[in-house]
Write a protein that binds this ligand. Structure first.
Ligand code: MLC
Ligand code: AMP
Length: 518
């Protein structure tokens, strides 16, 4: 037996609600009554009792715009209470929610719209003209950070009844890049999202008297699903922050119980002068994920606050996969055990499964694992084993008791500040510039972001090429967070005997650009 399954059952779905995630959420909301759900700057902006009527009217508006079950709705808007309502209303209407990072450029957006073929696109008011230019047949409406916009005009008086959906219906498509540099849409069903959320509710001991500090963007798994579903299914309140201001978060600790963040959030919190153990006394749980939390940061946080961060591991295609235990050892530098109902295994270089602590590719199977890549059966087939295990691309070791430690990535991926950046996509943009022979994009250690993007660019013989020129050349096509923090111009890239660019050598050479070399 070489596969470690956590056979403790995923929580039984015993609620009288329907099969879909939104049916469960609305059933919890009905029981929670007037209790605050989203609170901003001390004001209740949305109570649980508001969820039924407000999602009903907004869902009716989506239908009036052409929305219907299984139709996609692409959403690129700032974080706001209304944006959360929009997500829930789309689910209520049976639509497939496709959230996009607000940093994406019009070029990137055009690709997503072309691929998802949405019935409706919701964008920021300032982007409306640019979005209309690439929206094709989709209806375009706007939603601003202040909760105004054409989406919320002409809201029908008559709300839409909850769609009678099935657990296997698609709830969302989240785009995630592959090694090809082109994003693929991960199709997530109601069953995927609901099973993961119910499992985490039990595992992390969510209670209705919890208060979550929400600092994450709501276009990724972490902020949209892990954080919001946890609070929604527990009937717990959320202190909703539009961005991340360490002082504002620390000020909320006294009224809150749970914080979820990426490692950059924790390092920035620790660098804040207001930080002290007393400030955290009311908090019961600090959770970190989306990127590796250095053991040193874990220990420093405990020293400063007396709290041991609970690190968990997940990905867009699977939601959460493993978690350190709530009770028991939260071991720094590890991501804990597979979630109840989820099986993981490690496949070594030889292709055999290993359990002896050797590193290998981590594979996962369970109700959390996505339904495949949108309109991409070939890529879907490549990423799954015949017995249904999904190949994560993460390299891990597994201790005899099943505990997982991530030790690397087989996929060429940089994670900066919890955001995934695919070198191939940046290399393709740089290689297309005049004067460039080729380029290699690498991630190097960065104290704030974990990793930072560096582009090593080989110029064509005799060509004039500068770092500024390269940056200007990619500015309009790639989102800002993907832009290299440093461009190094060289005559040629180092290659091994097989002619392959030696990224490891480049990482070793440039690894000290932002932090002292060890
Ligand atoms: C912002 N910038 C970044 C960046 N975030 N650059 C690289 N990496 C990042 N993550 C750039 C901006 O483009 C801008 O550049 C400058 O930094 C300042 O922007 P900002 O908006 O003021 O940034 P800030 O508020 O400081 O944001 C940093 C951050 C944010 C860490 C708070 O990136 C963040 O919220 N990260 C979390 C992402 C997340 O939710 N990941 C979960 C993915 S789900 P310029 O040049 O314009 O000044 C997943 C699965 C799982 O991975 O397991 O959870
Ligand atoms: P995404 O595709 O944006 O969902 O990112 C998923 C990837 O983030 C995973 O495949 C991991 O490489 C990484 N990741 C998530 N959580 C952790 C963690 N706790 N430690 C290290 N890497 C993580």
């Amino acid at each position: 037996m070489t596969e470690h399954a956590n056979t403790s059952a995923a929580p039984a779905d015993t609620t009288p609600a329907g099969a879909t995630l939104i049916a469960h959420i609305l059933s919890v909301a009905a029981a929670a009554g007037d209790k605050p759900f989203l609170v901003e700057a001390g004001l209740t902006r949305l109570s649980f009792a508001d969820l039924e009527p407000r999602t009903a009217r907004l869902a009716a508006r989506l239908v009036a715009l052409g929305g219907k079950p299984a139709a996609r709705i692409v959403v690129q808007v700032d974080k706001s209470v209304e944006a959360v309502l929009l997500y829930l209303a789309a689910l209520r209407a049976g639509m497939v929610f496709v959230p996009l990072n607000t940093a994406y450029t019009a070029t990137e957006l055009a690709y997503f719209i072309g691929d998802a073929e949405p019935a409706v696109v919701v964008c920021r008011p300032a982007d409306e003209a640019a979005v209309r230019a690439v929206a094709g047949a989709a209806r375009v409406v706007t939603l601003g950070a202040d909760g105004t916009g054409s989406l919320l005009e002409d809201l029908p008086q008559q709300g839409l009844p909850l769609a009678a959906g099935e657990a296997g219906d698609l709830a969302a498509i989240l785009y995630t890049s592959g090694t090809t540099g082109r994003s693929k849409g991960a199709m997530l069903t109601h069953a995927n999202l609901l099973s993961n959320a119910l499992t985490l509710k039990d595992l992390w001991r969510w209670q209705s008297d919890d208060v979550l500090i929400h600092i994450l963007p709501i276009y990724h798994v972490h902020g949209l699903f892990v954080a919001l579903h946890g609070a929604l299914l527990a009937g717990a309140s959320v202190l909703f922050h539009q961005g991340f201001d360490p002082a504002a978060v620390i000020a909320d600790f006294a009224a809150a119980t749970v914080l979820m963040g990426v490692p950059t959030h924790y390092t920035r919190l620790m660098d804040s002068p207001e930080h002290c153990p007393g400030a955290c006394a009311h908090m019961r749980l600090f959770i970190s994920g989306s990127a590796p939390l250095l053991a040193e940061a874990h220990q420093r946080f405990e020293g400063l606050t007396g709290q041991r961060i609970l690190e968990r591991y997940g990905m867009t295609e699977c939601g959460m996969i493993t978690s350190n235990p709530y009770d028991g050892d939260r071991v720094a530098g590890t991501v804990g055990y597979p979630l109840p109902g989820v099986a993981v295994r490690v496949r070594g270089d030889s292709g055999d499964l290993v359990t002896n602590g050797e590193p290998g590719l981590l594979e996962v199977r369970g109700p959390n694992v996505f339904a495949g890549y949108w309109r991409n059966p070939d890529k879907t087939a490549q990423e799954f084993r015949a017995d249904g295990f999904f190949i994560t691309g993460d390299v891990a070791t597994q201790a005899p008791d099943g505990r997982i430690t991530l030790v690397g990535r087989a996929k060429d991926l940089i994670i900066a500040g919890g955001l995934n950046i695919y070198p191939k996509e940046i290399e393709e943009a740089i290689d297309a510039l005049p004067g460039v022979a080729e380029s290699a994009v690498i991630g190097v250690p960065h104290a704030d972001l974990g990793e930072a993007v560096v582009a090593v660019v080989a110029r064509q013989r005799g060509a004039e090429l500068s770092g500024d020129g390269v940056m200007a050349g990619i500015a309009d096509s790639l989102a800002r967070f993907k832009h290299p923090r440093r461009v190094v111009i060289v005559d040629e890239l180092p290659r091994n005997a097989m002619g392959k660019v030696q990224k490891a050598a480049l990482r070793a050479e440039h690894g000290g650009l932002f932090v002292p070399k060890p």
